[in-house]
Design a protein around this ligand. Structure first.
Ligand SMILES: Cc1cc2nc3c(=O)[nH]c(=O)nc-3n(C[C@H](O)[C@H](O)[C@H](O)COP(=O)(O)O)c2cc1C
Length: 375
């Protein structure tokens, strides 16, 4: 068996990018970033990403400023605008249970699914930013309660999207004989992603989510997480695919790429990085096992919101393509990318890195079929 057969759900790798619908880009640094949180820039970016071969765009939900994100466009409406400007890209709207009810989301996304010919998806996020919840008068549940609510939220969405006369009596949500019409175009329903790495997040993924998104990490650490989730999912008769965050710095030489990383960290907004680190570590420590997405993040890691430097997609196109294949070998199905200068780097990635990844995937597939023939 070759390395590439280790995952139970391997096809061609998928690629997503973070939609910069929140100001300040994806690094907490005062370094120049040629990006913008507004619509015009994001439309051009979505079109460039689609041409470059990206499959998904992940929009973000933030209600308030904090740690360098002064302006934030709302996720569902922004996703819709990007869908209007593209033809193939799938766009993920991020939703926080609490501010949103599953009834509203199910209805809203079913309509967007029709308008976009089946290209909307959802990222259910469970919350890490207590100050944001307090600011909008939303109760802040303790860590595992947030995930218990998110799981019920996802079960409600699936029920509404797939059944007529849907009835549910949960601890957080209740439905009585409810029939949504029209149902979404995508069958059985739009894809459901989730973010988070704590025990509660993993357990939820192994029961209800189609996709599990995790923070950046090394292949070894990712393998431990993925094996754990997949083993549990198998016990539950559930299939979950895995996406990992990576901040990509692809340059013609390794020295240039490493210099960009050093410059990002040199210009880190120290106060904002510490404040962000305190908030997210507090969120993770609040889980019973005292862990979570950012449990072991260093100062340097926290300069990128979701530990994207740790995945180490920093170097030449050839180095990055090989490292992406190493991620696939431990079971990753999707690489979620972030960039310093979004449009130009998405284009570079599409021209220089993606073709190498596809070549390596094709070579591995050929080796695999030869080995099968010989067996
Ligand atoms: C890829 C990814 C995207 C996320 N997007 C958002 C977002 O848009 N808004 C938000 O409030 N939280 C977002 N989160 C945060 C998670 O939903 C979760 O609250 C956080 O990762 C802490 O999870 P944990 O307690 O399981 O470690 C995202 C997380 C990941 C991994």
């Amino acid at each position: 068996m070759t390395q590439l057969q280790t995952s139970e759900s391997q096809g061609a790798l998928h690629f997503a990018y973070w939609v910069p619908n929140v100001s300040g880009g994806l690094v907490v640094s005062t370094i120049e970033q040629r990006t913008h949180w507004g619509l015009d820039y994001n439309v051009r970016l979505a079109q460039a990403a689609e041409r470059a071969g990206f499959d998904y765009a992940l929009s973000q939900i933030r209600f308030t400023a904090g740690y360098g994100a002064e302006h934030q466009h709302e996720s569902v409406s922004f996703s819709q605008a990007l869908l209007h400007a593209t033809t193939r890209l799938k766009v993920l709207a991020a939703i926080l249970p609490g501010p949103w009810s599953p009834a509203v989301v199910a209805k809203q996304l079913a309509t967007i699914d029709h308008i976009s010919n089946g290209r909307i998806a959802i990222n259910v996020v469970s919350g890490w930013f207590k100050g944001e919840f307090t600011a909008i008068g939303e109760p802040w549940l303790e860590h595992d309660e947030r995930y218990r609510r998110s799981e019920e939220f996802i079960r409600a969405l699936k029920g509404i999207w797939t059944q007529d006369s849907f009835t549910m009596r949960g601890d957080f949500y209740r439905f009585h004989n409810y029939t949504l019409s029209p149902k979404p175009v995508q069958q059985p329903h739009p894809e459901i992603f989730q973010g988070g790495s704590s025990r509660a997040a993993r357990d939820m993924a192994s029961r209800v989510s189609d996709w599990y998104f995790t923070n950046g990490n090394t292949p070894e650490n990712l393998k431990a997480q993925i094996d754990d989730i997949r083993a549990k999912a198998r016990e539950n008769g559930h299939r979950v695919r895995i996406g990992v965050n990576a901040f990509v710095i692809a340059r013609d030489t390794e020295e240039e790429a490493q210099q960009v990383l050093a410059d990002i960290i040199k210009h880190a907004h120290v106060e904002a990085v510490h404040a962000f680190g305190d908030a997210v570590k507090q969120a993770g420590q609040a889980s019973p096992e005292g862990q979570g997405n950012w449990a072991t993040s260093t100062f340097e890691d926290l300069v990128q919101y979701n530990d994207g430097f740790r995945t180490n997609l920093i170097g030449t196109p050839a180095q990055i393509a090989e490292r992406i294949i190493a991620l696939k070998a431990v079971g990753v199905d999707l690489v979620l990318t972030g960039f310093l200068h979004f449009i130009e780097e998405v284009e570079y990635f599409g021209t220089k890195v993606l073709p190498l990844v596809r070549e390596l995937e094709a070579a591995a597939a050929t080796r695999q079929s030869r080995a099968l023939e010989a067996a």
